[in-house]
Design a protein around this ligand. Structure first.
Ligand code: HSE
Length: 308
């Protein structure tokens, strides 16, 4: 299950974009009883009662039911607390595993939404809020627009942008819970009006395949301004990224990762600029270039017999 960018600029909790990489893997193997283990990212809870993948698995399986005799092994593809939807990817993996084990082929909108709601229970445990922008994007791929949260309804779009996605991940941990705690419960009307304008324009640009305008509308007044103080170097990274040719730069989800939409052929230069921006604030960062992902994938491997 690939990671994702939540919010995508002005779409707080409503827009999500699936990344081609990194991703988590969840192995599901017959066993004598339910077992759960995690490989990688030492900060991820190993205890099933505390882990988003196992929580989402239980939520989709049914908490009143005995857990099935399988071994779940979650292999983390990147560290959490970075704003790349790590917990969303794990939660989706857990919920998909439970759905498939119950014979749900995930071939209807209802079963997809059910998996997302189960993943949201994992997200709520991790982040304190059942936001689904990351989980839905990781599950279905492409760009997602959440039309309504209660009841959940959403639209998926396949962006056709001639551009590259550049990610820079500073060596800071900003748990989503902490980044949500700094958000005010009310915002000035003008900020809301501006953000609605940017969100609508971004969608229009996305549907028109206009990458420069998508980048130009990565502007948010509802969450990002309150989170920037948690990410030293962000303002300079954005400034240098744009100076290096990026169409736009914004926090990925709740940060501290940032993403840039960059013209094809400039990704390396933009990546260097983002890293330099963080460096000027004394913050180490790593960068990578990726594309838009296609969502969760299932691989069925030959049975090797049940294991104890
Ligand atoms: N929409 C979520 C937030 C994404 O901004 O808190 C978390 O990565």
């Amino acid at each position: 299950v690939p990671y994702s960018i939540g919010n995508v600029g002005p779409g707080f909790d409503r827009f999500g974009l699936c990344l081609a990489s990194p991703f988590d893997l969840l192995d599901v193997v017959p066993s004598d009883r339910f077992r759960f283990e995690v490989d990688g990212d030492a900060s991820v809870p190993r205890d099933a009662a505390q882990n988003v993948a196992a929580i989402a698995f239980r939520a989709r399986w049914g908490t009143g039911e005995d857990a099935p005799p399988v071994r779940l092994r979650l292999r983390k593809g990147f560290r959490g607390g970075s704003g790349l939807g790590s917990s969303g990817a794990s939660a989706v993996a857990g919920a998909i595993a439970a759905a498939l084990l119950q014979g749900d082929a995930l071939d209807s909108p209802d079963s997809v939404l059910r998996v997302v709601e189960s993943a949201a229970i994992g997200e709520a445990f991790a982040a304190g809020a059942p936001h689904v922008d990351n989980a839905l994007a990781s599950l279905v791929g492409g760009f997602v627009l959440i039309e309504s949260r209660t009841p959940l309804s959403a639209v998926g779009l396949t962006p056709h942008l001639s551009a590259q996605l550049v990610l820079a991940v500073p060596d800071l941990s900003v748990p989503t819970r902490a980044a949500r705690a700094v958000l005010p419960s009310a915002v000035p009307r003008e900020d809301a009006v501006e953000t609605v304008g940017h969100a609508a324009a971004l969608l229009h640009a996305l549907l028109s395949g206009d990458a420069p305008r998508v980048g130009a509308h990565l502007t948010d007044h509802l969450a990002q301004p309150y989170r920037v103080p948690l990410v030293p170097g962000f303002a300079e990274a954005r400034r240098l990224g744009v100076a290096a040719g990026a169409y736009g730069v914004a926090l990925s989800g709740s940060g501290p990762a940032v993403f840039a939409i960059a013209p094809t052929g400039t990704a390396r230069r933009v990546a260097v600029a983002l890293l330099e921006g963080f460096k000027r604030s004394g913050v180490l960062a790593e960068s990578f270039v990726t594309g838009v992902g296609e969502g969760a994938r299932l691989s069925l491997l030959p049975a090797t017999g049940s294991e104890a």
